[in-house]
Every structure is written in structure tokens, then in C-alpha cells.
Design a protein around this ligand. Structure first.
Ligand SMILES: [Zn+2]
Length: 345
């Protein structure tokens, strides 16, 4: 994942975020969980942080625990402090979880992660609330996705990859934690609208407002997410057993090719195609590493699955919202009754 000229500079990115959001600067603390290091840069924030560490042992212990946990999981997070302030923990080694695809640089991947965590803080719907289990994650991803497009030449490709990998997790992993991060519907709308949005001219604050608008309109309700997750339970169970052959993917293919549910097909189809092509990566599920096939699935059976998938996708794209509906079969055209001419006397 590391490429030449890859020069992620955490302190420089933290300084940029502080400039972009001056109100936030004194109350956001950046910590590198890999190097176990606080990132200095704002005199007021640095003083607050040092004071917390000196006089608030419960907060200090909580921070140490979170750093240990997230460092072990090679993951990142943001959590609120006691005074409307925030700790952003970023795992900076090159073996962290990457959701942007295999060819994205470490710098681009880490920039996405930090934008996502900052997205939780600078948007209106970025923090967990009662409205929805996924809205806050959809908002953070919407912000980080738009920042990718603003920051990087191939940012849109990274967003497409993110969209697929979020769906991969919901479809493939056991447990409910992935439901929260199922942001693919909202990313879909951003991808669809990207040509119409003046993203390059927008400030980060404006981008945060736009992320709120995308997320609040397009976040699916909890029931939809639950339905998708549950439809794939047999596949998730089989994949967790890690048989090392193609049996889990056969179960997945059956679900995708048989479903009549719009959302199940909408997200199952691209994930199935990703597995058939061997284009998806291993996933961390809590403490378990779930390995997936690295090479394309091949053989007569898989050729036939690929063919049926293509046909169903065509049908899906044509019918969209009517997809899978049990509509009455069209009536056969009736022969017209012969015309009768009335004799007019
Ligand atoms: Zn998040």
C-alpha cells in the first residue's frame, strides 16, 4: 500500500485542520496510536492536553486504554472529552485497515481516515444520536469522501472503492457493528452528483454542511440496513468458518441470484462480482482476520453464476424500483371483435 513519495505528515495535516476550523483548534487533540505520541501544534490545545494528563487520571487511563485497543486493532477513532473537546486517535503504520483499495497510497488512506474522524466533529449529524444507527457514520463518510475528491486527482476512484468496501463488510461480516458503517447509499448519491457539485471551490466548512444534507436525505432507515445484513447471514457464517475454498461464495451467489429484495440485490451484486473477480481484500472483524479469495473464482459453475448475475443486473438497472416485484403477467393481446356495420335505413 505504501508508494514512492509517500510522505504522510501528521503534524502538517493537523495544522491544516486547525486552520480550516479555528473554533475547533483549541479543543481537538491529535494522537498517533502507532507511535503513541501526542501531536503538538496549537498552544491552547497543547496546554489543555497536558493539564488533562496531569490532573485527570480517569481521563488519562481512558485514553491509554483506547490507544492500546485501537493500536492493537490497527484502527482509528474519535472520542469526546469532558469539555466539548475531542481526541482524534489515528493509527499511522502502513498495515492499518484500508478501505480505499489496494493501489491507494498510505498518505491518501490516512488522510481519508483523519477526515472521517474530523467529519464526526465538524458536521451537524456526525455524532451518534437517536434518529438512526447509521446517520453519524454516513455523515462522517460523506464529509471524508468529498474531501478526497477535493484533495486528490483520483479521489473519485477512492470513493468508489470505499463504497464497495463498506458494502463488502455489511454483506460479509457477522455481528451488528458493520451496520453502523453502512454508508454506501449516501456515497452512491455523492458519486452520482459529483459532476454537478462545485466541490473544488468549496471550503471545508461548506463541505461539512453539504455532508449533512447528503446524509440526512440519503441515509437508509435502520430496518433497511437490518434486512440487508440478515439476508446475508448464511454467507457470513460460512465465511467466518474460513473453509478456504469457494463454498461461502456459492452461498452468497445463491442469495444474490434468488433475492427479490431491491436493497439485497443492490449491494449483494457488486460484492459478489468483487469476489468473483478476486478484487476484494481481507477484513478485520474485531479480533478475527477474515481472509477472502485473492484470485478470481473460475470453472463452469462460476461462469454460469457470472452470466446470471449480468442478466439480473441488466434487469435491475432497467426496472430499478420495480425490481423483484411480483407484478401480474401482462394479459395476452385480445383479438379485436369484428367491426359491425349497422345498417342505417
Ligand atoms: Zn466513524
Amino acid at each position: 500500500m505504501t508508494t514512492a513519495n509517500d510522505n504522510f505528515d501528521f503534524a502538517a495535516l493537523a495544522a491544516e485542520i486547525r486552520r480550516d476550523f479555528p473554533d475547533l483548534a483549541p479543543r481537538v487533540y491529535f494522537v498517533d496510536t502507532f507511535k503513541k505520541q501526542y501531536i503538538h501544534g496549537d498552544a491552547r490545545a497543547d496546554a489543555h492536553y497536558e493539564r488533562y494528563m496531569a490532573v485527570n487520571p480517569s481521563l488519562r487511563n481512558c485514553l491509554v486504554n483506547q490507544i492500546g485497543k485501537y493500536s492493537a486493532q490497527k484502527n482509528s477513532m474519535v472520542f469526546p472529552g469532558p469539555n466539548n473537546d475531542f481526541f482524534v486517535l489515528l493509527y499511522t503504520d502502513d498495515d492499518g485497515i484500508s478501505l480505499l483499495g489496494k493501489t491507494t497510497s498510505l498518505k491518501q488512506g490516512l488522510t481519508f481516515v483523519i477526515d472521517h474522524e474530523i467529519g464526526h466533529v465538524v458536521t451537524g449529524y456526525g455524532q451518534a444520536g437517536k434518529l438512526s444507527r447509521t446517520l453519524h457514520e454516513c455523515t462522517a463518510d460523506a464529509y471524508a469522501a468529498m474531501r478526497q475528491i477535493q484533495r486528490f486527482d483520483h479521489g473519485l476512484n477512492a470513493v468508489k472503492s470505499l463504497q464497495l468496501r463498506r458494502a463488502q463488510r455489511l454483506v460479509s461480516l457477522e455481528g451488528t457493528r458493520h451496520a453502523e458503517h453502512f454508508t454506501s447509499f449516501v456515497l452512491d448519491k455523492i458519486i452520482e452528483s459529483v459532476d454537478k457539485l462545485p466541490l473544488r471551490q468549496m471550503t471545508p466548512q461548506q463541505t461539512a454542511h453539504l455532508a449533512d444534507r447528503f446524509a440526512v436525505v440519503h441515509t437508509p432507515n435502520d430496518q433497511v440496513v437490518k434486512n440487508v445484513m440478515e439476508a446475508f447471514a448464511p454467507f457470513q457464517k460460512m465465511l467466518a468458518q474460513q473453509p478456504g475454498d469457494d463454498t461461502p461464495y456459492r452461498v452468497l451467489a445463491q442469495t444474490v441470484l434468488d433475492t427479490k429484495e431491491w436493497e439485497v440485490f443492490r449491494w449483494g451484486a457488486p460484492v459478489l462480482r468483487g469476489y468473483i473477480r478476486g478484487a476484494l481484500s481481507d477484513m478485520q472483524n474485531g479480533d478475527q482476520l477474515i481472509k477472502v479469495n485473492e484470485k478470481p473464482l473460475w470453472g463452469a459453475g462460476w461462469d454460469s453464476v457470472a452470466k446470471r448475475l449480468k442478466e439480473r443486473e441488466f434487469e435491475f438497472n432497467r426496472d430499478q424500483i420495480l425490481f423483484g416485484l411480483d407484478l401480474p403477467a401482462p394479459k395476452p393481446a385480445q383479438a379485436q371483435p369484428p367491426m359491425r356495420f349497422r345498417h342505417i335505413p
